[in-house]
Design a protein around this ligand. Structure first.
Ligand SMILES: O=C(O)[C@@H](O)[C@H](O)[C@H](O)CO
Ligand SMILES: [Mg+2]
Length: 403
């Protein structure tokens, strides 16, 4: 029986901060798990090293479910992003170890491939409608079958999802939170214009997505969904904050535009009401923030009962370790929908060599045993941690709002 002999938290910042848990067994087998919680990284680092690692030493790494339950129920204080990200990192590393011991890629342990690959969506953003469409065209030329459209809002200095000219979009870029301003009225005018122009320029053979980023009230979201219906969006994401899950019923009463929610969810309990009442179409809960492969599969299984499909978060604040884990889950479950794909920088890809591949709008986790991703610790050490925050958002009168 193999035993866990060590577990270490590795912090590296090849362009942005990533936290990786590396578990080693007495036979030398290692496994990696992503523990990145954008803007709150060191809280997870401390939770893992101070409170989780001591409980792992000496355990049998094959008992994935038992260790999951031990860390979840055993803490007494359940759920929350810090706890569930720490559990996710352990869970991913244990699946990686199990795959390596079995000599199989993790998706084979999860039941095998249910499809040829995972459809992924690209990001297209620009200051103007025309700029955004030009980027979307370039992404479609790379083979993407689905593209998320975000454009600048006239009258606002900066907009969620839109890069500064000439830069990559990376919202966590300040050593204190940057502040942006928001106007719902201006926003609700530009998005239907963006989608009308996009259908005109891009045609109907591409899926078009949009992220509202929690910024509308339910009735405003109903209006946006209705205004976009003629352009058949694949989804609108996070149309309203999801603490009050019943709020989505009002949106549903007004629009048939599909809804995706859940990148900030940590557990099945955050998604249960939305799924059981069929208030959403896609669940965005993510392997790294929702308890790992073990728990994400549970959420997907619940969702499948209600014809809700997955559309997992996959921004660059998830490391290549989480991307690999997401692809193993996505390839194997029956109700996969789409996977977000924001390619990492070359520096990040070099620190995390990986087996997953992108071809023609689809990704595949590869057939290396385990997750198929490693961390180059020597290279990782060249990129020290630097505190970085996500922005905060205020209304034009200064009221603190949802970012
Ligand atoms: O759907 C997305 O990719 C975004 O909502 C990002 O996850 C968010 O900006 C935090 O990185
Ligand atoms: Mg989002």
């Amino acid at each position: 029986m193999p035993r866990i002999v060590s577990a270490r938290v590795i912090v590296t910042s090849p362009g942005r901060n990533f936290l990786t848990l590396k578990i080693t067994c007495d036979d030398g087998t290692t496994g990696v798990g992503d523990a990145t919680l954008n803007g709150r990284e060191m809280a997870v680092a401390s939770y893992l090293s101070e409170h989780v690692v001591p409980c792992l030493i000496g355990r049998d790494p094959h008992r994935i479910e038992d260790i999951w339950q031990y860390l979840y129920k055993g803490a007494y204080w359940r759920r929350g992003p810090v706890t569930m990200t720490a559990i996710a990192a352990v869970d991913m590393a244990l699946w990686d170890i199990k795959g390596k011991v079995a000599g199989l890629p993790v998706y084979q342990l999860l039941g095998g491939a249910s499809r040829d690959g995972c459809m992924v969506y690209a990001h297209a953003n620009g200051t103007t409608v025309a700029d955004t469409i030009a980027v979307a065209k370039a992404e479609i030329a790379k083979g993407y079958k689905a593209v998320r459209l975000q454009c600048g809002v006239p009258g606002l200095a900066s907009t969620y999802g839109v890069a500064k000219p000439g830069q990559r979009y990376e919202p966590a870029d300040a050593d204190l939170p940057a502040e942006s301003r928001w106007s719902t009225e201006r926003y609700l005018r530009i998005v239907p214009e963006l989608f009308a122009a996009a259908r005109e320029a891009l045609g109907w053979d591409v899926h078009l997505l949009h992220d509202v980023h929690h910024r509308l009230t339910p009735i405003e979201a109903g209006r946006l969904g209705k205004d976009l219906e003629p352009y058949r969006p694949f989804w609108i994401e996070d149309p309203t904050p999801a603490e009050n899950q019943e709020a989505f019923r009002l949106i549903r009463q007004h629009t048939t535009t599909p809804i995706a929610v859940g990148e900030v969810f940590n557990s099945i309990w955050d998604a249960k009401h939305l799924i059981e009442h069929q208030l959403i179409d896609y669940i965005r809960a993510t392997v790294v923030h929702a308890g790992g492969i073990t728990h994400l599969r549970r959420i997907a299984a619940l969702a499948d009962l209600y014809q809700v499909r997955t559309g997992c978060h996959g921004a660059t604040d998830l490391s290549p370790v989480a991307m690999a884990a997401a692809l193993h889950v996505g390839l194997s479950i029956p109700n996969f929908g789409v996977q977000e794909h924001m390619p990492h920088t070359a520096e990040t890809d070099a620190v995390f060599p990986h087996a997953y591949t992108y071809t023609d709008g689809m990704m595949h986790p590869g057939d290396a045993p385990g997750l198929g991703v490693e961390i180059d610790e020597t290279l990782a050490a060249d990129y020290p941690y630097a505190r970085a925050y996500l922005p905060v958002n205020r209304l034009e009168d200064g009221t603190l709002f949802h970012w």
